[in-house]
Design a protein around this ligand. Structure first.
Ligand code: PLP
Length: 391
């Protein structure tokens, strides 16, 4: 049996491997603290669960419109208007089984051999994987620790050339918790006016998980990008619905038909009951979201502080998402070796920065989507592990 050559270009997301290893150690009786996980540790709010049950009882058992049921797309449009002030027609909204699918579709629609796609490093590992799979050449740009893991506009613009088809932005970002510096973002949007052939994929899946009263801007507010902007968002993180597989994206007019065609070829439509639950999430009470973000904020402060108390570690203040990205380079030459030893010897699951690109060397991703005491116990184990190794 022979695999297609393109399969060699498809990467993976090591968070899933770390999760499997952590579970195996747990089954073997080891105490394992999981700070590797990329999903909220909260249940979906009961009114959302009830809406899905009701949809099933009401007979929503069949295929739906491939683009997503109209009432859901209308609810997304109303939500975007309220959140960002942008007027987005439901005709431009695509509902997918998770935001990740829209990411893949953007690469497949734009990338091919001989073209380039520019993306953040450290960044969500599926960007590079899907870019390479499409045949395009992945062109990373760096996120900078000293800028709170923002990009520098001039560096991003310098990566763009005649073969560039797509630029990916992600703020707040995975794995860093960084938010794009507003001045750099403005300079980038201005600079992109010189490159009208480049589409932009703005991954805004963590937009509503932000701290210190800062709501990161949606690129939907940038009129100069309107005819070439894809926005990816969804319910997974904001509404603690990762297992429901429900995401939405906004496409420019020219890409709507190709994106829907990809959906028809790929999955036909999204689970009908999940779509009705998505309406309840957007239109119902938002107090569960607010409570979750407040809990994340408390943990963010405590975990960042605890990491900074470990000798030799630095930790930028994360402004969004639910990750800290401490710099461990003074204590560990290889982030991957530290990730493995920490899990096997100290029972703490984290993800090496290198899982997110080569600029992630020297960093660990610590998720605080875990109970505060548990997260602090994990950081204490990291401190003890490093102290033992030093002695
Ligand atoms: N974008 C980023 C940056 C993410 O971290 C994730 C999930 O971890 C996604 C998109 C996709 O989320 P989902 O497919 O669950 O909507």
């Amino acid at each position: 049996m022979q695999l297609a050559a393109r399969m060699a270009r498809l990467g993976t997301e090591s968070a899933f491997e770390v999760l499997a290893r952590a579970e195996a150690l747990r089954r073997a009786g080891r105490s394992v603290i999981n700070l590797g996980i990329g999903q909220p540790d909260f249940p979906t709010a009961p009114h959302i669960v009830e809406a899905a049950c009701r949809a099933l009882r009401d007979g929503h058992h069949g295929y739906t419109d491939a683009q997503g049921i109209l009432p859901l797309r209308e609810a997304v449009a109303a939500h975007l208007r309220e959140q960002t002030g942008a007027e987005v027609s439901p005709e431009r909204i695509l509902i997918t089984p998770g935001g990740k699918v829209a990411m893949f579709f953007a690469m497949l629609a734009c990338g091919e051999a001989g073209t380039e796609i520019v993306y953040p490093d450290p960044g969500f590992p599926i960007y590079e994987s899907a870019i390479a799979f499409s045949g395009a050449t992945p062109k990373p740009y760096a996120l900078h620790e000293d800028l709170g893991f923002s990009f520098r506009a001039e560096e991003v613009l310098a990566r763009i050339g005649p073969a560039t088809r797509l630029l990916i932005l992600n703020s707040p970002g995975n794995p860093t918790g960084g938010v794009a510096d507003p001045e750099e973002l403005e300079a980038l949007i201005r600079g992109l006016e010189r490159h009208p052939h480049v589409a932009v994929l703005s991954d805004e899946i963590y937009r509503r998980i932000a701290y210190d009263g800062r709501q990161p801007a949606s690129l939907l507010g940038a009129p100069s990008l309107a005819d070439r902007l894809i926005v990816l968002d969804g319910w997974s993180k904001t509404y603690a619905m990762t297992g429901w597989r429900l995401g939405f994206s906004v496409w420019p007019d020219r890409l709507v038909e190709p994106a829907v065609r990809l959906a028809i070829n790929d999955h036909s439509c999204v689970n009908a009951a999940a779509q009705w639950a998505g309406i309840a999430a957007l239109e119902g009470p938002q107090d569960a979201v607010e409570r979750m973000v407040r809990a994340f904020d408390e943990r963010r402060r405590a975990v960042t502080q605890a990491l900074r108390e470990i000798p030799g570690l630095r930790c930028a203040t994360p402004l969004g998402a639910f990750y800290c990205f401490p710099n461990v380079s003074a204590r560990a030459p290889s982030a991957r070796a530290l990730q493995d030893a920490l899990l096997e010897e100290a029972g703490v699951a984290t993800i090496a920065g290198t899982s997110f690109g080569r600029f992630g060397e020297g960093f660990l991703r610590i998720s605080y989507a875990a109970d505060l005491d548990v997260a602090l116990e994990g950081v204490a184990r990291l401190g003890e592990f490093l102290a033992d190794r030093a002695s």
